[in-house]
Every structure is written in structure tokens, then in C-alpha cells.
Design a protein around this ligand. Structure first.
Ligand code: ATP
Length: 459
């Protein structure tokens, strides 16, 4: 795997990811998606939607908003417990995540420690400031992760609202309405892709931990514990399968990490992460959680509106249990980029950088490359390009600047699976050369067969 620095530089140079507000020296822990990054992310999101909604009769989509009634976040426990332990350096005043400092220094887990224990553990481990090196770390304390905003038009009467910390709450508060409108009864699921915001204290590792990110979440509502266990077992398998088979993460770089009772939220009966081996180590990519009936119990209590379903057979009202799958779009994009980017040494010692995206998610799927920038080659090439736009559903790019060698390199670097070259022979034989990104083999294909030939490669 390439280093994070190589990946970051490549992503910037090739138009995948840009630091936010870069001309103002950037804005910490926020990144913008460039032209190729947005294509990659859209492809990933579409495949997720297909997997979670389009192909499942009992799962429906939702688009709840970022702004919600502030009480939602009391019910969810975020205003009270959505906190990270922080520690300041008394010398240089820099602020760090206390648990991360401890874990980095000792390779031990800090999840089951309270603030006092963490403070003692940091002292015992002799943790010094990673910035200035001084032995001046203070006591850890908690910090709320919710990002606030002010709403209202009259100064002095503005209300603090929270930018949602997760998309899940929008799903929970719409669960009954959704079920009613769509005539659903548990077991059923609601899926959403949307933005979430967190005041991460020590954002780091590029897209891995940022302050504004997108989540892909599916909440599955079931009648009882037995069904929750079954769904949990199903989704933990299924999510891993999707990440590997559809998105193209390798077995070597993916694994499960089961949460110990101390690690998981107090209400969860089981929780597991799919971890990915990033250039900076094994880290959570997506979580699968069996959340019990906590969420809708809390919303019943805080809203005063019972969030129950009716079981006709048993003749009773009940609060459903929830199994969730929750992953970050940006975090997955970083995993995909880390998995794909490869430096290969060719015969003769030359190296080439190639992004081996699965063809289904490649930002550009076919590049049309005229050998010359003049007619009649240009005219013929435009015909080929338009034929592909009409005859396929692929993302096709027309690329005529620079030498053909440079264009192949560029297309390899952005992970384009196939390049179609139109040369002088094409004018005679109505055929083009199709070059395969991975094997670099070239094949001559008749123009009239090209759309079908290429479409078949993406099935
Ligand atoms: P972590 O322990 O890494 O902070 P978490 O356990 O708080 O993650 P969840 O609240 O379960 O994460 O969020 C679900 C998913 O949302 C994560 O698996 C991750 O993919 C994504 N996610 C969470 N926080 C961030 C962030 N700050 N930046 C990017 N993605 C994030």
C-alpha cells in the first residue's frame, strides 16, 4: 500500500480531493471533493443505495434534514454523552485526544477507562506532549462533539441548534410515519445517505477523521430479540461481502473487530466494526450495531409520543429493536483509494502509478483518445465518443491534450479501466484500439461493436 502522503498528493494532483478553502490556507479537517472525487463517491453511493434499497423490498429510503429539534439530541444522549476525552499540554497549549495518546504510547485500549483512570494511566505511561516533547500534560476532560449553530432572526432570541452528529436520529424520528405511509411493519428498514458534523478534537489522517462528513446508514426495525440477533448476523456478513465483492476491498485489508462489552454503547447488545487496513493501521470503516430498543424508547420518553408498533397476534403494543449498519462515505473513499493506488515497475525498469479501481466505481470508465488533434481524426473520434455516450451508460471522457503516452499515464493514474484510441488506420478499417488498464494489452475492435464490447466488460 502507498503511504498516506503519496495518496494525499495524488488525490490533490489528479482532482480527487482538495483541502477546503485552500487559498485561505485551508480549513482544518474539512475537504472538498474534486471532479474525480465526486464521481468516485457518487458511484459508491449509488451502489450502496442499490444494495440497501433498490434490491430490498422491505427497506425504503429517506432524506431527513441536518437540522432537527434540539431535544432529539437530548433523547439520543448526544448532548450528555457524545464526548471525547481531551488533554492540553501546559507548555505549548496544544490539545490532544487523551485516549489516542494513551493508545499510541502503550498499544493498549483505553475504551473502558473513565476520566480519572485515563489521567492516571497517562501519567503512569509517562506520556509527553507529541508536539513539544515536554512533560506537561494536564488532566483529561470531556468535550462535546456536537457542532452548534444559531437560528432565529431576532438578536438575543436566537436558539442554539445542533448540526446533526449522525443521520440515524432523522431515521428514528421518522420511523412511524415512514412505516405508515409505506404500509410497513417490522421487520423493515430505512436507509439514508447524508451529512453529519462532529467537533473532532484531533482530526487526522486525511479523509479518515473530518468535521463534516457523509454517512450511509441503514436502520432495521424488528419485533424481538431473536429477530434482532438474526438480522445482526445477516448484516455483519452481508456488509463485508458488499465491501469486498462490489466495492473491491481485498480480504487481506479487511477484517472484523468485535466490541468488548466495555467498548460498546451501554444500550447495545452487540457491536462489531468492519476494519480496514489503512496506511496508518487497522481502523474502523463501518459499524454494525444491535441497539436493542433504546432509541425508540428514548424518543417515546423525550417526545411524549409513544413510538410503538402493534402486534396483532399478541394483541400488544411494542417498541421495536434496531439493528444498524453505519459507514462513512469519505472514510470508505479513502479506503478505496488506498486499496487501488499502486506503483508498478514495468519491463525496462520504468514505473507507472495506476489506480486499480473496480471498473464499476472508476470515476472515468472509458477514455476516448484521438491520436491527433486534427480532422479527420477529431471528427471520427467525436463520432466514437458520442456513440459511447448514446450506446452505453458508462462514464466516458474525451481526452485529446498531450502525447498519447502521457494520456495513457494520466488515465492509468486516475484508474480508467479502458482507453479507446482512434488512429489513422481507424479512418480505413472503422476500428479502434482498446487498451486495458491492468494488463496494458491492446485489442482492435470494430467501431460498430464498441458499445456492446465495452458494456460487457462492466457487467
Ligand atoms: P470513530 O471511533 O472512528 O470516531 P465512531 O465509532 O464514533 O467512529 P460512529 O459514530 O459509529 O463512529 O459512526 C459511523 C461511521 O461514520 C464510522 O464507521 C465512520 O465510517 C464514519 N465516521 C464517524 N466519524 C467520522 C469522522 N469524524 N470523519 C469521517 N467519518 C466518520
Amino acid at each position: 500500500m502507498q503511504s498516506l502522503e503519496t495518496i494525499t498528493n495524488w488525490a490533490l494532483r489528479r482532482g480527487f480531493v482538495f483541502p477546503s478553502s485552500e487559498i485561505y490556507d485551508g480549513f482544518a479537517a474539512v475537504y472538498d471533493m474534486g471532479p474525480l472525487g465526486v464521481e468516485l463517491q457518487n458511484a459508491i453511493k449509488r451502489l450502496w443505495w442499490r444494495e440497501m434499497v433498490d434490491t430490498r423490498p422491505n427497506i425504503v429510503g429517506l432524506d431527513a434534514q441536518i437540522l432537527m429539534h434540539p431535544k432529539v439530541w437530548d433523547a439520543s444522549g448526544h448532548t450528555e454523552a457524545f464526548t471525547d476525552p481531551l488533554v492540553d499540554c501546559g507548555a505549548c497549549k496544544k490539545r490532544f485526544r487523551a485516549d489516542h495518546l494513551y493508545e499510541d504510547a502503550t498499544d493498549k485500549n483505553a475504551d473502558d477507562m473513565d476520566m480519572e483512570q485515563l489521567g492516571a494511566a497517562l501519567k503512569e505511561a509517562g506520556v509527553k506532549c507529541p508536539n513539544c516533547g515536554k512533560d506537561a500534560m494536564g488532566e483529561p476532560r470531556t468535550f462535546n462533539l456536537l457542532v452548534g449553530a444559531e437560528m432565529g432572526v431576532i438578536e438575543g432570541e436566537k436558539e442554539t441548534v445542533w448540526l446533526r452528529g449522525e443521520t440515524a436520529q432523522g431515521i428514528y424520528v421518522n420511523a412511524l410515519r415512514t412505516a405508515e405511509a409505506m404500509r410497513l411493519q417490522p421487520p423493515f428498514g430505512i436507509a439514508q445517505i447524508g451529512k453529519a458534523f462532529r467537533n473532532e478534537i484531533t482530526p487526522r489522517n486525511f479523509l479518515f477523521r473530518v468535521r463534516e462528513f457523509e454517512q450511509m446508514e441503514m436502520q432495521f426495525f424488528v419485533r424481538d430479540e431473536k429477530m434482532a440477533d438474526e438480522q445482526y448476523a445477516f448484516w455483519r456478513e452481508r456488509r463485508m461481502q458488499w465491501l469486498r465483492e462490489v466495492i473491491g476491498l481485498s480480504e487481506e485489508n479487511t477484517r472484523y473487530h468485535e466490541h468488548s462489552p466495555e467498548e460498546r454503547a451501554h444500550y447495545a447488545t452487540a457491536a462489531e466494526d468492519v476494519q480496514f487496513q489503512f496506511p496508518f493501521g487497522w481502523k474502523e470503516l463501518e459499524g454494525i450495531h444491535n441497539r436493542g430498543d433504546w432509541d425508540l424508547s428514548r424518543h417515546s420518553e423525550y417526545s411524549g409520543n409513544k413510538q410503538t408498533f402493534f402486534d396483532q397476534e399478541a394483541n400488544e403494543h411494542y417498541i421495536p429493536r434496531i439493528v444498524e449498519t453505519s459507514g462513512g462515505v469519505g472514510r470508505l473513499t479513502l479506503a478505496v483509494m488506498s486499496e487501488a493506488l499502486d506503483e508498478e515497475t514495468l519491463e525496462g525498469g520504468e514505473t507507472r502509478l495506476v489506480a486499480r479501481f473496480k471498473p464499476a466505481i472508476a470515476p472515468v470508465q472509458v477514455a476516448v483518445l484521438p491520436l491527433s488533434k486534427k480532422d479527420p481524426i477529431t471528427e471520427k473520434s467525436m463520432e466514437v465518443f458520442e456513440g459511447l455516450l448514446k450506446g452505453t451508460s458508462l462514464r466516458v471522457q474525451f481526452d485529446e491534450t498531450q502525447s498519447i503516452g502521457k494520456r495513457y499515464r494520466r488515465q492509468d493514474e486516475i484508474g480508467t479501466p479502458f482507453c479507446v484510441t482512434i488512429d489513422f488506420d481507424s479512418l480505413e478499417d472503422d476500428a479502434v484500439t482498446v487498451r486495458d488498464r491492468d494488463t496494458m494489452q491492446q485489442e482492435r475492435v470494430k467501431i460498430e461493436e464498441l458499445a456492446a464490447y465495452l458494456s460487457a466488460k462492466f457487467e
